[in-house]
Ligand binder design. Sequence first.
Ligand code: SF4
Length: 280
Amino acid sequence: MTRTEKTARVLDRLREAIPAPETELQFRSEFELLVAVILSAQCTDKRVNLVTPALFEAYPDAAAMAEAEADEIFEYIRSVSYPNNKAKALAKTARMLRDEYGGEVPREHKELTTLAGVGRKTANVVVAVAFGEAAIAVDTHVFRVANRIGLVKDQPTPLAVEKGLRRVIPREDWGEAHHLLILHGRYTCEARAPKCERCPLTDLCDYYAALQKLPDPLSGLDPKRGRYYSKTAGRYFDEPATKTDRYGTEQIADPWTGSMNVFDARTGRTTRKVKDYRIG
Ligand code: SF4
């Protein structure tokens, strides 16, 4: 199966599992969407939705927000992450919109990225959601899910993931795919503990396949003899060596042979880790 075919199957399954693939941010205008997306950087949509009703009532458009100082905006958004920086970015962006774009949110990706607090990902979301343009915004969820499933192959940056996804997803599906992958990452393929047991993608997922190849736990280990047990060396030890495997993941190794076939003596479980993908 090619990567394009696999991606098509993944998206079909996600379409069945996620009937309404759209942003969870609440907004009523392009300006409100832009503000909400700026606020959502490193923050949950749920948290952003708690602060935006009062913020938008106070500043319903760019002209109104452009009159505000950053510390006034701060009072409305203090419970989101990085409120100081975001308040400054919103004040500056509102003034730019008023002074350079007639109070409107520009449609062009390039122009959007000149605004304070607007990077490539934010601009992609705005052009896709507000203006229906083809764009795939890669946030932390899309980055992790695309790499884990294997829609892209070990891509190290959001931009590389975006380019990889653009190659395997038809252009007309970019916007929908962005939301499907975000929602899948947010509610099923979570960063710390992916819920593989209720995921519809197990037979298509590289990460799941790698998890299945991990050795079964050993029974009968004696933790009094050492924190770890090397099956290769047949010995216990407390001070592990480390080794980077061929996937770039740092593994615990035994200090004699360098073998990574090491088990936690208390639980009997392997110490081997499958490469994970997380950003900020
Ligand atoms: S099988 Fe597990 S790791 Fe793979 S996409 Fe589903 S939840 Fe994520």
